[in-house]
Design a binder for this molecule. Structure first.
Ligand code: ADP
Ligand code: MG
Ligand code: ZN
Length: 492
């Protein structure tokens, strides 16, 4: 189908249809080893070095299930409000691919690790619940490399480092009705999975991959239309673009009297369109059968509750707590819980500072700006959370002025030192002692007779100038409030 055919779907036509979308999301679990062998999962090793007889699919090699992978799968399932099944079972999914040496993937079929979950999303102020049908565990295939080598036009290469990497596949109900809802669902899913460190969800490295199932039906119709599955959408932008394209393509096809065929399609970001890859296989094409080399997986009540209690607080709960406990605004709570590292940083700083709101402003303001300027992750911040907390405490207690604090902060950022030692070293302590300030104020009054006269003549705004002179004389260390008061007293 060419783009011109898409242009054939007018906005009026599209408006008569309702998109129906279900997502299948593959998440690479953050284990240090593969799911059925002890090979490392690290990214970027030389090709075919992280391999052994099991993940090479050599005959006779036997898989051994990783406990760590199961625990991460359980955590991920719980974060998606799923029920973890006490018993699940692995199944062979047979297909041929050059980078799948076993000739089958070890997945789960009729007895997945978890099911019946949900996620709430909010789009345009409307909150809606999207069902999570099931979560199943599986191993990843290797990688075929078609470029990046000398003579690459003539050869393709197979790298089996990725073969046997643990994945969970998260299948949603066909509950989404727009590209925006699909975007919101994937955002929520990614945030949760990242937060509990089940996966880095790094899309560039393929740690989070999304397939979108898309169909359309006339508004008001009950029956779903035939779906097309668009595979391997590796960015949020492509997910939205691919869905919008697919909806327009299907509407144009139906409106011109055509019929949608169930198929697997790929998205071409350069042309912003999807194209057919293969007609869609049905489950029976895979000849699923129980994996004979693995016993069924049993997850006891005890194991489940141990994993549950080891889970960190989820972002939504944290957000509500930040609002309730610290009096943060919804916006601030959103920003500070977007990532786990930020949330933990803030909470540590807030606890030490004794002034959570001021700590929030410093984290979201100066700290984030500085980290951004240096393209630095908060986990690598040269200013520790404890140090930022101490800085805020010094400001809140009046030991240093807000202005000096900025200077101290930038020194903290470049040296990693504690605020107290910088203040000590540089002599930056705020001067609030009236005795020490009186002399300075007297000097300023003497040096500026014209302004003093103007002030006494009723032009009271001149006081700002005089205060400025005093601040300059103390290199910004004077307490502005105290200085202003003293001037008022002296000038009557
Ligand atoms: P398969 O393995 O064949 O892709 P799954 O059951 O794993 O099948 O996934 C099917 C996905 O397609 C689910 O996310 C489901 O919500 C979605 N889906 C099913 N029917 C439709 C439909 N008519 N339109 C859009 N999405 C659909
Ligand atoms: Mg599928
Ligand atoms: Zn291996």
């Amino acid at each position: 189908m060419s783009s011109s055919a898409i242009a054939a779907a007018t906005p009026e036509m599209i408006a008569r249809y309702e998109p129906v979308i279900g997502l299948e999301v593959h998440v690479q679990l953050a284990t240090s080893t593969k799911i059925f062998c002890g090979c490392p999962t690290g990214f970027g090793a030389p090709p075919n070095t992280n391999v052994c007889p099991v993940c090479l699919g050599l005959p006779g090699a036997l898989p051994v299930l990783s406990r760590e992978a199961v625990e991460l799968a359980i955590k991920g399932s719980l974060a998606l409000n799923c029920e973890v099944r006490p018993r699940s079972r692995f199944a062979r999914k047979n297909y041929f691919y050059p980078d799948l040496p076993k000739g089958y993937q070890i997945s789960q079929y009729d007895e997945p690790v978890a099911e019946h979950g949900w996620l709430d999303i909010t789009v345009d102020g409307v909150t809606k619940r999207i069902g999570v049908t099931r979560v199943h565990m599986e191993d990843d295939a290797g990688k075929s490399v078609h470029d990046g080598f000398k003579d690459s036009d003539d050869y393709s290469y197979v790298d089996l480092n990725r073969s046997g990497t643990p994945l969970i596949e998260i299948v949603s109900e066909p509950d989404m009705r727009s590209a925006d809802e699909a975007h919101a669902y994937l955002t929520e899913l990614k945030q949760r999975i990242q937060f509990i460190e089940v996966s880095t969800c790094d899309m560039e490295k393929g740690h989070l991959r999304c397939d979108a199932n898309v169909s359309v039906r006339l508004k008001g119709a009950e029956k779903f239309g035939t779906r097309a599955e668009v595979k391997n959408l590796n960015s949020f932008r492509f997910l939205k673009q691919a869905i919008d394209f697919e909806v327009a393509r299907q509407v144009a096809l139906l409106e011109s009297g055509g019929r949608i065929v169930q198929e697997t399609r790929l998205y071409n970001p350069d042309r912003e369109e999807t194209f057919s890859m293969r007609s869609k296989e049905d489950a029976h094409d895979y000849r699923y059968f129980p994996e004979p080399d693995l016993v069924p997986l049993r997850i006891s009540e005890k194991w489940l509750s141990d994993v549950r209690s080891s889970m960190p607080e989820l972002p939504g709960t944290k957000r509500a707590r930040f609002i309730g406990e610290f009096g943060l605004s919804e916006y601030d709570a959103d920003v500070l819980t977007a990532e786990r590292a930020t949330a933990e940083y803030f909470e540590t700083a807030a606890g030490i500072s004794g002034n959570p709101k001021m700590a929030a402003n410093w984290v979201m303001g100066d700290l984030m700006a500085m980290l951004k300027a240096e393209s630095m992750d908060i986990s690598l911040s040269p200013v520790s959370a404890a140090h930022l907390g101490e800085l805020v405490k010094l400001i809140a207690s009046g030991e240093i002025s807000g202005k000096i604090a900025k200077e101290v902060f930038s020194k903290m950022f470049s040296t990693g030192d504690a605020p107290a030692s910088i203040i000590e070293r540089e002599g930056l302590k705020q001067i609030s002692d009236t005795g020490a300030l009186e002399k300075i104020i007297a000097d300023v009054i003497e040096a500026n007779p014209k302004q003093v006269e103007q002030y006494r003549g009723g032009k009271t705004t001149v006081i700002n100038f005089l205060v400025g002179q005093a601040m300059k004389a103390t290199r910004g260390q004077a307490n502005v409030g105290v200085v202003t008061e003293l001037f008022k007293q002296k000038l009557g």
